[in-house]
Design a protein around this ligand. Sequence first.
Ligand SMILES: *[C@@H]1O[C@H](CO)[C@@H](O)[C@H](O)[C@H]1NC(C)=O
Ligand SMILES: *[C@@H]1O[C@H](CO)[C@@H](O)[C@H](O)[C@H]1NC(C)=O
Ligand SMILES: *[C@@H]1O[C@H](CO)[C@@H](O)[C@H](O)[C@H]1NC(C)=O
Ligand SMILES: *[C@@H]1O[C@H](CO)[C@@H](O)[C@H](O)[C@H]1NC(C)=O
Ligand SMILES: *[C@@H]1O[C@H](CO)[C@@H](O)[C@H](O)[C@H]1NC(C)=O
Ligand SMILES: *[C@@H]1O[C@H](CO)[C@@H](O)[C@H](O)[C@H]1NC(C)=O
Ligand SMILES: *[C@@H]1O[C@H](CO)[C@@H](O)[C@H](O)[C@H]1NC(C)=O
Length: 839
Amino acid sequence: MKSPQPTICLSASSLISFLFYGLGITCLTSATVYASYGGNEMALLSFKSRITHDPYKVLTSWNHSFQFCNWSGISCGKRHKRVTAVQLFSFQGTIPHELGRLSSLGGLGLHINKFTGVIPTNLSHCYNLEDLWLALNNLAGSIPKEMSLLSKLSRLVIRESKLTGGISHFLWNITTMEWFDASGNQFGGSIPDTLDICNQLPNLEFLQLWGNELTGVLPPSLSNCSKLGYLEMSDNNFGGKLTIDFSNLRDIYIIKLHSYNFHGCGDANDMTFIDSLKNCTRLITLNHYNCSLTGVLPISIGNLSHRLSILALGDNHLFGSLPSSIGSLVGLTALELKHNRFKGKIPTTIGKLQKLQYLDLASNQFSGTIPYAIRNLSLSTELCLDSNKLEGHIPSSLGNCKELNKLNFSHNRLSGNVPKQLLQLPLLSNFLDLSYNRMSGSIPSEIKDLKMLSYLDLSYNNLSGTITSSLGECISLTMLNLRGHIFQGIIPSSLSSLRGLRVLDISQNKLSGKIPQFLDKWNSLEFLNLSFNDFEGEVPVVGVFANTSAFWILGNNKLCGGLVTLDSVYKEILDSDDDRCVAIKVLHLHNRGAHKSFLAECEAWQNIRHRNVLKTITSCSSVDFQGNDLKAMVYEFMSNGSVHDWLHSSTFNSKLNLLQRINILRDVATALDYLQNRCQTTIVHGDLKPSNVTLDDDMVAHVGDFGLARLLGAYLNQSSSAGVKGTIGYAPLEYGIGSEMTSCGDIYSFGILLLEVMTGKKPTDNMFSEGLSLHKFAYMALPDHVIDVIDNDAIVMQSTEANARKVEECLAATIKIGVSCSVDSPPQRMKIEIVIHEV
Ligand SMILES: *[C@@H]1O[C@H](CO)[C@@H](O)[C@H](O)[C@H]1NC(C)=O
Ligand SMILES: *[C@@H]1O[C@H](CO)[C@@H](O)[C@H](O)[C@H]1NC(C)=O
Ligand SMILES: *[C@@H]1O[C@H](CO)[C@@H](O)[C@H](O)[C@H]1NC(C)=O
Ligand SMILES: *[C@@H]1O[C@H](CO)[C@@H](O)[C@H](O)[C@H]1NC(C)=O
Ligand SMILES: *[C@@H]1O[C@H](CO)[C@@H](O)[C@H](O)[C@H]1NC(C)=O
Ligand SMILES: *[C@@H]1O[C@H](CO)[C@@H](O)[C@H](O)[C@H]1NC(C)=O
Ligand SMILES: *[C@@H]1O[C@H](CO)[C@@H](O)[C@H](O)[C@H]1NC(C)=O
């Protein structure tokens, strides 16, 4: 330093200042005042008088009983008995303007306290001040312009308070300035560039203004700050073309400009600044994350400093290939290029980056294979290549990267087996995600070696076989996703040891057997998805199964029971009648608003009792998490599924025989007759079809969902004169032209249902086009060729010709009913009273 200084800090180099500052932040809550001369007692006493909060009663010792050098927290120089430093803790209050009387004060460190108020203008009287550290307080107001009088000030650190105003150009008049850190305040406006900043501040080494609200471009004159080492301007509202020429900044070692908005510069390539960094041989960090940078990464990237350790260019619009010269940056420990549009291969030269610990190339369009040379990244702890177009096998050479603890290769086109070497990485503890690829084969038993792994996502590949029981040894798992494979067999009992699991998704597989007992005993389980498998038996009601928003079991036709609660209603039923199975139909309605009529109608249906009408146990209405109406109906459980299932799916091993079919039709007709003629008011079904007819243990048919079509129509805001009603194929013509739903319409649907049951053909079958319909198909077979249209599965060879003749007559009579019911003209359709006598 220039003048002889007795104080400890004033002779410090900026490195020592940095340590002092760093330690101050991390270790102490302190206030430091250090002055060059004695005779400061009065000033110290004034300081004392301004302090409102001194929790450790440090300042009681500041009294006339002792000389001030003996006051608590005060240090004096040995020879001259002058105050050199004051260390104090946890102060509140304002900064006493009396400090301005310490005209010989060389350094003032009041960082990390709770000072409020403004920076006292009087401080400008301390014209010997070289260090002013006011960071981490609650100071408000702007920087007093009188500060420009501090002609010896070399370090001004005012970060992380609540200061406002602008970075005024008078600051550039303090020609001695070496460090200026005003980060984390609320400074706004643009940085004035009226002078050549660094002609004024030739010693500027450290400039940090991150986390303010500054606008405009960075002053191009920073190009002349040849001593600048540290430049961090991130997280402001800066924008526009970057016009700083870095070629003169030979000492710069940190450049952090993330969130600088290059967007809209109109330049085809924002990346040319890379060329100007060639001479910055000390560069360690270059962070241009999230800067809306557009352009290609120039080959000259490889000419940057060999010391470059961190290169972050993620969240930009960079395109083209990743130049192989990247391999020249042998000092890199972190390379972060995610969320860009890079394409082409990952260069094999990446293998030269042997110090790399963190590689993130996610969300680009990299294609080709993962280079074998990735084995060279033996120090890497995190490898993210997800969301690209990578293909081929995962190189087993990855087994060489023994430090890996997080690996994400998801959302690519990777194929082949899961290499066992991957599962034997000794430190893989954090994260392994291979989801959304094309991997095949089974899960290697080596998975048991992942004893420390917390997060494992293998979902949506083509893995097959059984779920290996060795997975049970991955005892640290908190999240396991095996969704969307072709796994078969049962959930292995060894999984019972995965007690720390919070999320388990094994949906969309071909798993079968019962839901294992242990699942409801895991206390930490918060989400369980068993949907779309072939599980059977009772769904438990405790543990994770007690919370209906925590488990998913849809698409397992053989499951029954369980809670599908929407509010307290279901629990009651299920508690009072534990071993009864119920079927629950949840109607998601994508419109909002409570409709009391729903409940009212459902209640009416609950009072209907008939052998062939599906019993509604209860219904309820709620609102789902998106605010949509959620309606649910609870029905009696029908163990034999629906007529549709018997006719068209492979759910059941056998087929319906003729007698069963006739009985079903008779049951349906009886139900319709009841609804039309024997209830207090006529009830219109509106959507009669085979999937709405379910069969109980004794194959007795029960018609369900009546009235629902009409009600839904009302919900979906389809007025009675327009909109689709019923189901295509089963709804009569007149519904299509705006007619109300009627009993007559139900007869039509019944006719079609009858013909479908008898012929095994859906009305929407591909064969029914160009004028041919199921009705016409059946009509044309009457009276003599009926046997040709009957479902083959229904016909059993008859022993005698007389019997065969009788069966044919019966079939013809049945088909005739179906045809009569499904004529286009409503008045000509058969009456249900007649149907029930004929069937
Ligand atoms: C003055 O300071 C001494 C300690 O240095 C303390 O013991 C004494 O109580 C203080 N006197 C008053 C009046 O606060
Ligand atoms: C900056 O310094 C120049 C002279 O060096 C002076 O004329 C000017 O008034 C100063 N500006 C401020 C704001 O102090
Ligand atoms: C750098 O300083 C020179 C000499 O003072 C000046 O001519 C030039 O304009 C400055 N450059 C920038 C970008 O301010
Ligand atoms: C790098 O420094 C040399 C002098 O050592 C200079 O001639 C050259 O122009 C500089 N290069 C760049 C790109 O600024
Ligand atoms: C830049 O790097 C390439 C190799 O990647 C080298 O051939 C070239 O000479 C370098 N240029 C400079 C200016 O260092
Ligand atoms: C991988 O590292 C070895 C030395 O450990 C080196 O010889 C080889 O060139 C590297 N591979 C690549 C592609 O850089
Ligand atoms: C449960 O799994 C099924 C099938 O994979 C899926 O459709 C559903 O969205 C999953 N549920 C949740 C809440 O993720």
